[in-house]
Write a protein that binds this ligand. Structure first.
Ligand SMILES: [Zn+2]
Ligand SMILES: [Zn+2]
Length: 139
């Protein structure tokens, strides 16, 4: 149904394709994603079987304080994937996709953890904490 979408890091050491259904983009305002990126993290999500690594020689895994497996390129520093061990899904940095213009915002999460300097999150439901916390409003 969905055509494969390609992506990769800044230097090209990591290249991948995503096949199958891609979730809308979830923007996470937690402090870990902010530190991992520079700002809120924006991720689509694909089944593990739908992520195919085309080049991965510089791909490096780091397990964060919450047990998330975060993968990045050790040559150029691009943040690429994160996953919860045992879950059948991988979150993929939306900014690492070559295109992805067909994707739309799904929701904001962890808005209670946003930095004071962030502009107000708009364009979708805003969850104070994770996706399972009731949204503060929808638009
Ligand atoms: Zn790279
Ligand atoms: Zn986060």
């Amino acid at each position: 149904m969905t055509a494969a979408v390609a992506g990769g890091c800044l230097c090209g050491g990591v290249r991948f394709t995503l096949e199958g259904d891609l979730r809308g983009v979830v923007v996470c305002h937690c402090s870990l994603c902010r530190r991992w990126g520079t700002y809120a993290g924006a991720y689509t999500r694909v089944a593990r079987a739908g992520l195919r690594l085309v080049a991965a020689e510089t791909l490096t895994l780091y397990v964060d304080a919450n047990g998330r497996e975060r993968s990045f390129c050790r040559a150029c520093g691009t943040s690429l994937f994160w996953a919860v061990p045992g879950e059948d899904g991988v979150s993929v940095s939306a900014g690492a996709l070559d295109g992805g213009d067909h994707l739309r915002l799904a929701r904001h999460i962890h808005v209670a953890g946003a930095a004071a300097w962030e502009p107000p999150p708009t364009g979708g439901p805003r969850h104070p904490r994770g996706s399972d916390s009731p949204p503060v409003s929808s638009e």
